[in-house]
Every structure is written in C-alpha cells, then in structure tokens.
Write a protein that binds this ligand. Structure first.
Ligand code: C2E
Ligand code: CA
Ligand code: CA
Length: 565
C-alpha cells in the first residue's frame, strides 16, 4: 500500500545553482521533501543540465556570484531562449542593488542570504511555481493554437477589458464564415483546410494592423472580429478569397460576412456578435451577396418573430387561430356554382391583433412548428365540414394546405386518419393542397405518398402551379386530381401577352392531364370571362369572395342552396 505514498508521488523538479556546497545542502534539505532537487555549481553547468534534461524544471534557485558563469549571465541567456525563459527563477542574494538588475533580466523573486526560516523559503517556491503554472494554462487557453487568434471565451473577456479602458470608440462586430468549409476539408484534406484557416487569420490580422482589432476563431470556420468602425469593407471577402492567389493546390474559398456596425455598448458584446451572426447567416448559400449588414429593422423583425414562436403553442390552445374559408366556384355552367372551399388560417393574436399567414407561415415552415398549426387547421376544417353537413345536409368539400414538412412526417397518414375518425367525415370530403415546389425535392417519395393517399380516397390539389420547376415530364407522372394555377399568372393576364399565353398553356396542361384547373386570385369580371372561354373549370378569388369566417361563409352556402331550389 505504501507504494502509493509519498515516494511515488509526482514531484516537480527544482534546480539549485550555487557554488558553495553548504548553501546547496541547506536548500536541498529544505526542498527535498516536496521537490525533486538537482543542483550544480555555476551557470555553465546549469545550462548543460537544462539543455540535456528531458524533464521540465519547475523552478531554478540561482546564486548570483559564481565562477565560470555567474547568475546574471545565466539569466541573460535564459531570457533570450524561448524554452528557458518560461522557467521561473528565484535569485539568492544579500545585496539590494543586485535585485533591480536581476528583475530586469527576468528573475521572479528573491531569497535573501542568510537564509530565512525553511517554511518561508518553501512557501516562496510554492507560490512562484503555482503562479507560473496558472499563467501558462491561461496562455494556452486564450489562444487558438492553429491561427493564433483568441478563443471565444477570451475574445469576449478582452473586449470587456478594451471597453473598460476606453468605451468612446465606435466599433464594429464582424462575423466571417467560410462557405462550405467541410467540403474543403473533404476534398483537399485537413492540412489544406488548416492552411486555409491560418491564411484567413493572417490576412485579417494584417488588414487590421493599424486599427484596434480583437479577433477570434470559433466553430471551426467562423471568425469574429471586433474592430474600429469601418466605412469601407466591401472588398474584404474578395481580399480573403484572393489570398491564395491562383495556386491550383488550393481551393477557391468563398467567404460571407455579417456586420453589426457601430455596436451598441449598452448590451453585452455577445449580443452584438449574435446580431452579426444573424446577418451572416442570412446570406448563407446566396452567391450574389458576400456581405450583409445588421439593421434595426432586422432586429425588430427578429424580436417579432421570437414573439410569434413563443406564442404559437398557447394560441393553439386558446384557439386564437381562426380558420377562414374562401369559396371555389365552378364557372363552366350557366351560372357560377359554389363547389368547395379552401381553409386559410388567420391569427387573432390577443395582443398583436390580426396577423396574416404571410407573416407567420413562412416562419413556422422554417422551424417546423407549422406541423402543429397545420394539424390544428385540419382538425378545425374537418369539424366544420361535419357541422355544415349536419346543418345543410350536403358536403362542402374543404381543402387544407399541406406543408412540405408535413409531407415528410412519417406520421402524416396516421394523423389524417385520426382527424377523419374524430370528426366523423370521409377522405372524400377533406382535400389536400400540396404546393408544387414540394414535388421537386423528393419527387419519388412524394409520388409514393400521394398514390397512397389517393388509394385512401383523398383528392390532391397541386397548389401554386407554375412557381415550382416541375418539368412537363414530371407533371405527367405525378398523380394529382386538381391543378391550382398560381396567382401571379392571373394578376398579369391582361397586362402582358406572355402571362396570358401561360394561363392558356396551364389550362391546356390540365386538359391533357384530364384534371380540373383552378384559377386563384381572380378579382375582375374580365378575368372570369377570359378564363371561362379558355375552359378553366374553377375560380377562387376576391371576385367571388375573400376568405371569410364560417358564419359569413354560411351566407354563401345558403345563397347557393336557394338558387338551386
Ligand atoms: P395559398 O395556399 O396560395 O392561398 C391563397 C392565398 O391567396 C390566400 O392568402 C388568399 O387569401 C389569397 N387570395 C385569394 N383570392 C385572392 C385574390 O383575388 N386576390 C388576392 N390578392 N389574393 C387572393 P392568405 O390567406 O394570406 O394565405 C397565404 C398563404 O399562406 C397561402 O397561400 C398558403 O400558402 C399559406 N397558408 C394559409 N393558411 C395555411 C395553413 O393553414 N397551413 C399552411 N401550411 N399554409 C397556409
Ligand atoms: Ca393553398
Ligand atoms: Ca395557391
């Protein structure tokens, strides 16, 4: 058991350099219980030991007056040597004047001769070793080894120090990111990747040589810069890209840069860099833009979006989301005839008032929250179908919007099944609108899913047709039941010849596919007439009605029923 005691414990190495044996012995005796002590007679021998030893010395106790090579000379040599200068030295002297000179040469502390109490000497040694070790840990943690820039934690610490020193300067927070850095690593290897990062740091450091500049690298390929406010930075991404010249062994690297100019010093630096990062992320993958500046407008929007994200759940619970219905009219008969409706959601926010889906749908589509909202809308619509069926004895088929994320949810079909059985309606009554652009992502997977849904009896409408990029070939293979022409064609059909031709083309495609076509966004009678002549089947638009709440929609149902009888 004793083997694990003191004898095997790790001991730091201390070197005593003194020409007088008695001194070496006294010190050796004091230190040897705590340290692994080694001693020699002069500077020359000390240098030999230090250069030969493969073990690191934690401390040197140095006499000043010695033959061959004195303490001053050894200090001078050590100061110039990178390895040796990191070893702390305690000088042993009896003269005050020697102290000043040895401090200038890098000594850390003194022990006066004749020697103090052993405890005092031990305590001094311990303190100096501790101080140096802590310092070297800090130094290794504050810099990123690869680029020599700060690490993120120290970066923010230095910004705080800088601001404490002088907070009157106008500063910018810049975030620079290397586009597709992982492919650089994969295609060219890690070494080239590392070189790209090093070079990037080098160019940045040079570029900001003459101004206040604090830089760090974080998340592998992101650079954060806190610099004196710049008026002219447009050339920076190119300057970085050009840093590799035309070297064929190097990849063409693209940078994007987000800037938050003239940062607000009242908020923590971390927040300023969050802003710059948001700006930088905004142009991810956008090859037309290298630089994006953060603005107050962006910040307001962000805060607003955060709010909407925070409130969605409670609003679903409290039924603050209201489903409106917009009628679709068949126009090929003698008089327009109400056929079906589209469910369109509105947010009656308890504090922000009415919010249109254009504001929150894209946001919730991006973060996946749309799934919850869609499910709510489908449930509401299903319930409404049943209520109207019970009230009027007929089914008004309602179509609901299905987002891209819904389509890829493996539970999608089960959710629909649950909704149908809960509301006691059939799949023939609830129609599904899927936007055309969803088809371009995983056409095969989607086709399989749609086949499946159609087998169950659902009718599928391809929404916003003409905005996606489905080839004609693909359209003929996609199983759909209705084509909904995008609004933009209708809007311009009487303004430019091309749109009119496109409307005609889409109607023809639908005829070819033998499916009805819906024209959305129809506002004027002239549009209705033209569409009727072309052979368009259905119209949805303000011309007939805006999307309205269920009570108002009932007026349209009743009017329809009356005109039939
Ligand atoms: P959408 O599916 O293309 O819906 C048609 C949009 O056109 C609706 O906008 C409707 O109010 C508008 N509209 C209809 N007729 C006219 C017209 O004659 N003139 C003009 N200017 N506009 C007309 P809305 O309700 O603002 O919805 C916008 C989009 O939000 C919808 O486009 C749809 O993509 C999405 N959305 C709405 N409700 C839901 C929902 O419950 N779930 C999902 N995933 N998306 C929804
Ligand atoms: Ca739709
Ligand atoms: Ca549409």
């Amino acid at each position: 058991m004793d083997n694990f005691g003191k004898s095997s414990r790790f001991k730091r190495k201390v070197l005593i350099v003194d020409d007088e044996m008695i001194n070496r012995e006294i010190l050796g005796n004091i230190l040897e219980t705590n340290y692994d002590v080694c001693s020699c007679e002069n500077g020359k021998q000390a240098l030999e030991i230090l250069s030969e030893s493969r073990v690191h010395f934690s401390l040197i106790l140095l006499d000043l007056i010695m033959p061959e090579m004195d303490g001053f000379e050894l200090l001078e040599i050590m100061q110039k040597n990178e390895n040796l200068s990191s070893i702390p030295v305690i000088v042993m002297t009896s003269e005050k004047t020697a102290e000043v000179k040895s401090i200038k040469l890098g000594a850390s502390d003194f022990i006066t001769k004749p020697y103090d109490l052993p405890e005092v000497i031990l305590a001094r040694c311990e303190r100096i070793i501790g101080l140096y070790e802590k310092n070297s840990i800090i130094r290794s943690a504050e810099k990123d080894e690869l680029t020599g820039l700060y690490t993120k934690e120290f970066f923010f610490e230095y910004i705080r120090q800088f601001e404490r020193f002088d907070c009157t300067k106008s500063m910018d927070a810049i975030v620079i990111n290397i586009e597709h850095f992982h492919t650089v690593n994969e295609m060219y290897g890690r070494e080239v990747g590392d070189e790209v990062l090093r070079r990037t740091a080098e160019v940045l450091t040079q570029r900001f040589e003459d101004v206040d500049f604090i830089g760090c690298r974080t998340d592998a390929d992101s650079f954060y810069l806190y610099v004196t406010h710049l008026d002219n930075f447009e050339d920076l991404p190119d300057e970085l890209s050009n840093a590799f010249g035309q070297n064929p062994d190097f990849p063409q690297v693209r940078y994007r840069m987000g800037i938050y100019q003239d940062v607000n010093k009242d908020v923590p630096a971390e927040d300023s860099f969050d802003h710059a990062k948001i700006a930088c992320d905004k142009i991810r993958g956008d090859y037309t833009k290298h630089i994006f500046c953060y603005s107050q407008e962006m910040s307001d929007k962000e805060v607003y979006h955060e709010r909407l994200i925070r409130d969605i759940e409670s609003s679903i619970r409290n039924k603050d989301f209201i489903v409106f219905y917009q009628p679709k009219y068949g126009i090929q008969g003698e008089r327009p005839c109400l056929q079906s409706a589209e469910a369109l959601v509105r947010w009656k926010h308890p504090e922000l008032g009415m919010i249109s889906p254009g504001e929150f749908i894209p946001l919730f589509e991006k973060n996946g929250l749309i799934q919850k909202l869609d499910r709510y809308v489908w449930e509401e619509a299903a319930e409404q179908i049943r209520k109207w069926r019970e009230k009027y004895g007929v089914t008004i088929p309602v179509s609901v919007n299905v987002s891209r994320v819904d389509v890829y949810n493996p539970e999608f079909k089960n959710i629909l099944d649950d909704i149908l059985s809960e509301a006691e309606i059939t799949s023939r009554e609830l129609m599904l609108e899927i936007t055309e652009s969803a088809y371009s992502e995983d056409a095969e997977g989607l086709i399989r899913l749609i086949d499946n849904l159609r087998d169950k009896g659902f009718k599928i409408e391809m929404d916003d047709f003409g905005t996606g990029y489905s080839s004609l070939n693909m359209i003929t293979t996609i199983p759909i039941d209705v084509l909904k022409m995008d609004m933009k064609f209708i809007r311009n059909m009487h303004k430019d010849e091309k749109s009119l031709k496109l409307v005609e083309l889409i109607v023809d495609i639908a005829k070819f596919l033998k499916v009805p076509v819906v024209a959305e966004g129809v506002e004027e009678e002239s549009q209705v007439n033209t569409l009727k002549k072309m052979g368009c089947d259905l119209i949805q638009g303000y011309y007939f009605s805006r999307p309205v709440p269920p009570e108002e929609f009932e007026v349209l149902i009743e009017k329809e029923l009356n005109s039939q009888s």
